[in-house]
Design a binder for this molecule. Structure first.
Ligand code: SF4
Ligand code: SF4
Length: 417
């Protein structure tokens, strides 16, 4: 163990003592940054833990389920399976003649253009009934319905998540490009930009050297306790990401789900990490304005400009508002039809599923939605942000939840080698 590790471990153990005594000082990343902006240096040094978080489309999310579908001996092994029509991959264990299937479901797999793995994970965690269908070797088919309690095992994992300074995307060509980074297709040339990333409150922005955020560290995934399993695929020192794992049965559906893009359903995942304010954790002071946001061209995926998250998350609207008085009662409501998380009914308004993506601000015929999403500069032009694929608002709520759990002693800090 390095001297730095030993020191960190001692300090974390000291914080855990304070948690047990009930006098730990925890701030959310948003609260901490506010004090940084206000120059409250004395108060900053009294903070023990900062809760950081991110919520967004995380394509590298999948789940493993185990469920009984037939009597023992009813079939030899499963060849294919579907949960609410979403393809599931049987195995790797064949569970020969046990009547039980082990399956892996990708968050990006889909049963239709409007329903995919992310929706399925949300429905399972919400306690809804799910249709399970299995085709066994030899062709026989077995069906059942199940709720989360019927799953013998339900574990979510990611191959990469919580990317540090993610990206903005533009189309530099004429026409529209269908992409997971747009709801209706990204319009060019340079008509709009869609952005991803939670900026200064993202866990890895606050610990880019991964001193605390490392293999085995206890974190929160979709509101449930989880663990970091290591760096994720495509993680680089400049743009780190992590792989995580967590049990699904204790997750909170508010922080997860499906999101319909112009290239099909995607998966929303949320991650929160407590970062102790110890040693020289200087990155805890990072602000949106200092967090780089590369802007990439969507077709070739090459960077063509650089902006920062201050342009997206400072002096903009975290929440989108609907004014029913301005609604024109159109024959077909573009927002009802295309809201990527189905959060809007014109007779009811916006419900709590809202991701605050901002799509409705530009799609509504009557201008009944308001929200400033910011803009970025590309090639000397000011390009409006028309879609946010990360929800700072939900990430903020997750940070608050983690803060409360630490303060109440339900969540202790960890540091693994
Ligand atoms: S598109 Fe806008 S104005 Fe038209 S019905 Fe929908 S909410 Fe109302
Ligand atoms: S901001 Fe508008 S389009 Fe986006 S999720 Fe909320 S209601 Fe739907």
């Amino acid at each position: 163990m390095s001297a730095d590790d030993e020191d960190l471990r001692k300090r974390i153990s000291h914080i855990n003592e304070r948690i047990k005594r009930g006098d730990v000082v925890v701030l959310t990343a948003e609260e901490f940054k506010r004090k940084v902006r206000d120059g409250c240096e004395d108060e900053l040094s009294e903070v023990d833990v900062v809760t950081t978080g991110t919520c967004g489309l995380m394509s590298g999310t999948a789940a493993i389920f185990s469920i009984e579908v037939a009597e023992r001996g009813a079939f030899e092994r499963a060849e294919a399976a579907w949960l609410n029509g979403v393809p599931a991959f049987p195995g790797p264990c064949p569970n020969e003649r046990l009547g039980v299937i082990d399956v892996t479901v990708f968050g990006t797999s889909r049963s239709s253009d409007r329903y995919g793995g992310g929706h399925l994970f949300h429905d399972i965690v919400s306690g809804k009934e799910v249709d399970v269908e299995v085709r066994a070797a030899g062709g026989s088919v077995f069906r059942r319905t199940a709720t989360v309690e019927d799953f013998m095992f339900a574990r979510l994992f990611t191959t990469r998540s919580a990317f540090r300074n993610y990206m903005g995307f533009v189309n530099t060509d004429e026409g529209i490009v269908k992409t997971i980074f747009s709801v209706s297709g990204l319009r060019g040339p340079l008509k709009e930009v869609s952005v991803c990333g939670c900026g200064e409150i993202n866990p890895l922005e606050n610990d880019p050297e991964m001193r605390i955020i490392r293999k085995g560290t206890k974190i929160m995934v979709n509101g449930a306790e989880g663990l970091i399993t290591g760096e994720g695929t495509r993680s680089t020192p400049e743009r780190r990401n992590i792989a995580v794992v967590a049990e699904m049965k204790k997750m909170n559906p508010e922080f997860m789900g499906g999101f319909i893009t112009s290239a099909g359903p995607e998966c929303i995942t949320s991650i929160a990490v407590p970062v102790p304010n110890i040693g020289n954790m200087r990155h805890l002071r990072v602000l949106d304005e200092e967090v780089k946001m590369p802007i990439a061209e969507i077709q070739r995926r090459t960077q063509i400009a650089e902006s920062n998250y201050g342009r997206v998350w400072q002096n903009t609207s975290l929440e989108i508002q609907f004014d029913s008085a301005k609604c024109l009662k159109c024959d077909v409501c573009a927002v009802e039809r295309k809201c990527p998380v189905n959060a809007f009914r014109r007779d009811v308004g916006i419900d709590k599923k809202c991701f605050n993506c901002g799509f409705c601000v530009f799609a509504c015929e009557g201008g009944a939605f308001t929200g400033d999403l910011g803009s970025v500069e590309v090639e000397g032009r000011n390009i409006p942000v028309t879609l946010r694929l990360s929800s700072r608002e939900k990430a903020r709520k997750l940070c608050i939840l983690l803060k409360k759990m630490i303060e109440s002693g339900e969540f202790m800090l960890s540091l693994c080698s």
